[in-house]
Write a protein that binds this ligand. Structure first.
Ligand SMILES: *Cc1c(COP(=O)(O)O)cnc(C)c1O
Length: 419
C-alpha cells in the first residue's frame, strides 16, 4: 500500500497535489512519501516479529537519499552499504556504526580501512583474498574485525539475470563447496572475529521458494561449521523480496516472508540480519514527469515524449522493467502509446504499445514504483543534469536532492589552459 492516490481527480502524494510540486520544483522529479516509507518499515519489522534477535539494515543502494535514510534510521533500521560513499551516507543520516553492514564483492583497501576507522558492526567478506586483507589491516591496529562470510548457495532466484546474485556463475560469495575450507582458514586469522555466514541471492524475487532453499543450505552449513568447532553467532539473510510493479500483481508479503524465515531459522540460535531495499522504498516513490509532446507514430501507436528519460530512470532500458504510467489529472479517456524520453537512444523507451491515460502536450504523468533503484541509478547522459528529489510529509514537502544542472556539472570540468 502507498500514499499516492487520486483526490478530486488529481493525483496526490499524501496531502500534496502533484501539480504543486511540478510547479515549484520543475520536472522530472522523484517524489517520495514519508508515510509510505514508514509504513513499509513497520510492516517489514512486524513481519519479522517471530525472529527475536535481529538487525534490519536497509540496502542503501536502493535509495541512498539522506532524507530517506533519516526516515528509516528513525524507524530503527541500520544500513547495508556496498561502498565507502554509502557508508558515509549511512553515518551522516545518523545510523549508528554498530548497525552498519558492509557488503560488496570489491571493497578496496581504503574502504576496508574506512569501515575499521568507523567501527562498523559487520563486514560481509566475499573471498579468501578479501578476508586476508581485512585481517591484515585489523591486526595492524590490534583489532579484530567482525565478519560474516558470504556464501554463494547456487540457487536460481528466478529473477532477471542482471539482478540474480546467488547462482554459481555469479561473481558473488564463496561457492558452498569451498565454504568450509575458506571458513576454517579465515577463522584462524588473528585480525578477524569470524562469527557467521551471509547470503543474498538476488533482487525482485516473486517467490519465497528460492529463498527458502538458500536458507536451508545456510542452515546446513551452520550445522557443519559448528560440528567443525566454529562458534556461529550471526547469520545475514540478505534482501531480495520483490514488489508489485503492475497493478494487480501479487507478491509474497513481508508477513509470509517473516513466517518462512521464523520457521526455517527457529533452531539456529543466532542473531539474524536482514537487508531489504526494494520492498521498503520501491512503492514509496514515483517519478513525476511532463509530456513534452505527442508525436504521430510511423506504423504503430503515437509516441508520448516525456521530459524524463533513461538517465533519470534506467530500469526499463536496463532490465526491460515495467513501471505503471498514469496521468496526474486523468480525464477518463485512454490511449495506446509508446512512452519515450528525449534521449538519443532507441533504448530510451519506458513502454511500448502501452494502454494508458490519454495525454497531450503539457500534461503531467507519473511512473510508479520508482522509489528504489530509480534516482540512485541516474546519470547525466545527454548533458541532462541530475534529477531532483522531493520528500512529502502530510501536507508539506521539501526538496531533498537539488537538481544538479548541466552548468553545475560543467563547473566541475576544468579545461586545461594548454588547450
Ligand atoms: C542489493 C542488495 C540488497 C537489497 O536487495 P533488494 O532486492 O533491494 O532487497 C541486499 N543485500 C545485498 C548484499 C545487496 O547487494
Amino acid at each position: 500500500m502507498d500514499h499516492f492516490s487520486l483526490r478530486d481527480g488529481v493525483l496526490h502524494a499524501e496531502d500534496v497535489p502533484l501539480p504543486r510540486i511540478a510547479q515549484d520544483v520543475g520536472t522530472p522529479v522523484y517524489v517520495y512519501s514519508r508515510a509510505t516509507l514508514e509504513r513499509h518499515a513497520r510492516v517489514f519489522t512486524e513481519g519479522l516479529a517471530g525472529v527475536p534477535d535481529k538487525l534490519i539494515a536497509f540496502a542503501v543502494k536502493a535509495n541512498p537519499n539522506l532524507a530517506v535514510l533519516k526516515v528509516l534510521q528513525q524507524a530503527g533500521f541500520g544500513a547495508d552499504v556496498v561502498s565507502g560513499g554509502e557508508l558515509r551516507r549511512a553515518l551522516l543520516a545518523g545510523m549508528g556504526p554498530e548497525k552498519i553492514v558492509f557488503s560488496g564483492v570489491g571493497k578496496t583497501r581504503a574502504e576496508l580501512q574506512l569501515g575499521l576507522d568507523e567501527g562498523i558492526g559487520q563486514f560481509n567478506i566475499e573471498s579468501r583474498e578479501e578476508g586476508r586483507e581485512l585481517a591484515e589491516l585489523a591486526a595492524a591496529r590490534g583489532e579484530q574485525a567482525p565478519v560474516c562470510l558470504r556464501i554463494n548457495p547456487d540457487v536460481d532466484a528466478r529473477t532477471h539475470e542482471k539482478i540474480s546474485t546467488g547462482k554459481a556463475e555469479n561473481k558473488f560469495g564463496i561457492p558452498l563447496v569451498h565454504a568450509r575450507e575458506v571458513y576454517a582458514e579465515l577463522a584462524a586469522l588473528e585480525g578477524l572475529n569470524l562469527r557467521g555466514v551471509a547470503v543474498h541471492i538476488g533482487s525482485q524475487l516473486g517467490d519465497l521458494e528460492p529463498l527458502e532453499t538458500a536458507f536451508g543450505k545456510v542452515g546446513q552449513l551452520v550445522a557443519d561449521l559448528r560440528a567443525a568447532g566454529h562458534a556461529i553467532t550471526h547469520v545475514d539473510l540478505g534482501g531480495g523480496l520483490g514488489v508489485p510493479y503492475k497493478t494487480g500483481e501479487v507478491l509474497p508479503s513481508p508477513a509470509e516472508y517473516g513466517a518462512m524465515v521464523a520457521r526455517v531459522t527457529q533452531d539456529w540460535d543466532v542473531h539474524l540480519t536482514f537487508e531489504p531495499g526494494r520492498v521498503i522504498a520501491g512503492n514509496a516513490g514515483v517519478l513525476l514527469t511532463r509530456v513534452i509532446r505527442v508525436k504521430r507514430g510511423g506504423n504503430g501507436p503515437p509516441f508520448v515524449i516525456v521530459d524524463a528519460a533513461m538517465n533519470d530512470l534506467a530500469r526499463p532500458a536496463l532490465y526491460g522493467a515495467w513501471h505503471d504510467f498514469e496521468a496526474v489529472t486523468p480525464n477518463g479517456e485512454r490511449m495506446t502509446a509508446n512512452i519515450v524520453g528525449p534521449i538519443c537512444e532507441t533504448g530510451d523507451t519506458f513502454a511500448q504499445d502501452r494502454e494508458c491515460d490519454a495525454l497531450v502536450s503539457g500534461d503531467l504523468a507519473i511512473f510508479r514504483t520508482a522509489g528504489a533503484y530509480g534516482a540512485t541509478m541516474a546519470s547525466s547522459y545527454n548533458s541532462r543534469g541530475f534529477v531532483a528529489e522531493v520528500l512529502v510529509d502530510g501536507d508539506k514537502f521539501a526538496v531533498v536532492a537539488e537538481r544538479l544542472t548541466a552548468d553545475a556539472i560543467m563547473s566541475a570540468e576544468p579545461v586545461p589552459d594548454w588547450l
